[in-house]
Every structure is written in C-alpha cells, then in structure tokens.
Design a binder for this molecule. Structure first.
Ligand code: HEC
Ligand code: HEC
Length: 228
C-alpha cells in the first residue's frame, strides 16, 4: 500500500511547479523591442545580402554593364526587385547566354519584402554617382543630337527633362551607364522586357533604330544628377 506516498508525491509536484514558475522568464520580456533594435539597416542589408557584389559600394560602383542604384526612385526599385524575383522582368542574354537578370533572381530569396523596402529607401537617399566617362568621349555635337532625339522622342513626358525628374514609379535616366541604357532600350523595344509599366513606353521606343538608341544613351549617360 502506498497511501503515505501519494501526499508526498503531490507535495513534490507542487514544489516543482513553484520552481518552474520561479524560473519562467517574466511575462513582460520586451522581445519585440529587442528585435527592432537589432534589425539591420539598409546599408547593412545591402552589404550582407550580396547586392554589393554586383551593384558596388553604396550602389554607385556597379560591375560590368549592371545598373548603379544610388539616387534611383525608391518605389521604382521596389517594383523592379519584385519583378526580377518573380521572373516578370527578364532581359536579353549575357555573354554566357544567361539572361542578365538571372544572377539577381537567384539571390532575391535572401531578402524579405520589408528588407527590400528598407534597402530601396537607403539607396534612394544616396547621391547618384558622377557620370562614367566614355572612351572615346562623345563630341559636344553628338551630345546635342542626343538631347534633340530624346526630346523629339517624347521621352521627357515620363522621365523628365534630361532624364532628371521622372514621374512617380518611373526611373531617372540621367547619368546611368551607357551600355545599361542601350540594353534596356533594346530589350523593351523587342518586348524581352515587358514588366510593370513598360507597355506605356513601347510606342516611343519602337520608333528608335539602333543608331538613335546609342545616340540617346551617349547623351543620357553624360548628364550629372544633382543630389536630391
Ligand atoms: C549577381 C548579380 C546581382 C546581384 C547579387 C544583385 N543584382 Fe540587382 N541587378 C543585377 C543586374 C544585372 C540587373 C539589371 C538586369 C538587366 O540588365 O535587365 C539588376 C537590376 C536591379 C534593379 C533594377 C535597376 C533598374 O534601374 O531597373 C534593382 C532595384 C536591383 N537590381 C536591386 C538589387 C538588390 C537590392 C540586390 C540585393 C538584394 C541585388 N540587386 C542583387 C545584378 C545583381
Ligand atoms: C509613357 C511613359 C514613358 C515614355 C514616354 C518613355 N518611357 Fe522609358 N520607361 C517608362 C517606364 C514606365 C519604365 C519602367 C518600366 C517598368 O519596369 O515599370 C521605363 C524605363 C526606361 C528605361 C530603363 C531604365 C532602367 O533603369 O532600367 C530606359 C533606358 C528608358 N525608359 C528610356 C526611354 C527613352 C529613351 C524614351 C524616349 C524614346 C522613353 N523611355 C520614353 C515609361 C516611359
């Protein structure tokens, strides 16, 4: 018979329960506050989520013909990240035959929606890099012809005079890399890039032959974007 044991066991359980309560963390642990304080900022995310490897320090020293991102419209960048991640935005092939968007698509699972927004706002607030010099440098006359073609083409309606003041959700074009500009205009003209609001641009870019695409890219790539 173990009548005597039962109350003892109950006592022991009771003591254990008290111990557990005593050791439980206080109900008011500010876990949410702590994680907010530890959330990395845009600059840290840009570095640790591999963006820096392709888009360069502070989004201003991109490799090859990849786009610089410093000073670009934040909402436009957020939309492009979504579209590249989902495959809605694709590009023509790189020299190895892969779409130029592929390398970025492969890493976009590393950043959440919130992190993409944080990075975009960090980048948008940075000064755009100085225009990259062309070799050979285009003559002043060629740049003037480029400006005329840009204006005649109606581009300023959406991208602003000299590509400096785009409509909301539209990209600034001034001072972007020449070869990147050429690639995008050709991709959009051929319907390879058809994401987002690209359709609205199609009738305008369709009127440009390769010579005019290159003329406009030379001109836009040499315009300095003042700090916003
Ligand atoms: C492996 C290289 C690579 C990595 C890593 C990468 N990108 Fe990109 N990104 C590109 C390329 C290349 C393009 C342009 C593709 C094209 O030519 O259509 C691009 C385009 C973009 C654009 C659109 C720019 C525009 O003007 O339309 C944004 C915004 C962007 N990247 C942000 C990011 C962010 C943020 C990260 C990090 C989370 C990142 N990228 C990581 C290569 C990369
Ligand atoms: C009706 C508005 C509109 C007009 C006019 C227009 N564009 Fe665009 N353009 C856009 C939109 C919208 C995008 C971005 C598409 C998207 O992904 O949502 C774009 C993107 C671009 C890009 C790619 C930028 C980047 O960062 O990837 C280039 C280059 C460009 N436009 C050049 C031109 C040129 C040159 C003209 C004149 C021939 C022109 N656009 C006329 C709306 C327009």
């Amino acid at each position: 018979m173990n009548f005597a044991v039962a109350p003892l066991a109950a006592l022991a359980l009771c003591a254990f329960a008290q111990l557990a309560v005593a050791q439980a963390p206080p109900a008011s642990t500010p876990a949410a506050d702590q994680s907010a304080a530890a959330a990395p900022d845009g600059k840290a995310l840009f570095r640790t989520k591999t963006c820096i490897a392709c888009h360069g320090r502070d989004g201003a020293k991109a490799i090859q013909n990849y786009p610089n991102l410093a000073g670009q419209d934040a909402k436009y960048m957020i939309a492009q990240m979504e579209d590249i991640a989902s495959g809605a935005r694709v590009s023509g092939p790189d020299p190895r035959g892969y779409p130029r968007t592929q390398g970025m698509k492969d890493v976009m699972h590393l950043v959440s929606k919130e992190e993409r927004e944080t990075i975009a706002h960090y980048l948008a607030a940075l000064p755009a890099p100085k225009p990259a010099a062309l070799d050979p440098p285009p003559a002043a006359e060629r740049l003037a012809q480029g400006k005329a073609a840009y204006t005649k083409g109606g581009c300023q309606t959406c991208h602003g005079a000299d590509g400096l003041k785009p409509l909301p959700l539209h990209p600034a074009l001034a001072g972007m890399k020449r070869d990147y500009l050429v690639a995008q205009m050709k991709d959009m003209r051929e319907g390879v890039r058809a994401n987002g609001k690209s359709k609205t641009m199609l009738p305008f870019v369709k009127k440009l032959d390769d010579a005019n695409v290159e003329l406009i890219a030379d001109y836009l790539s040499q315009i300095e974007r003042p700090a916003r």
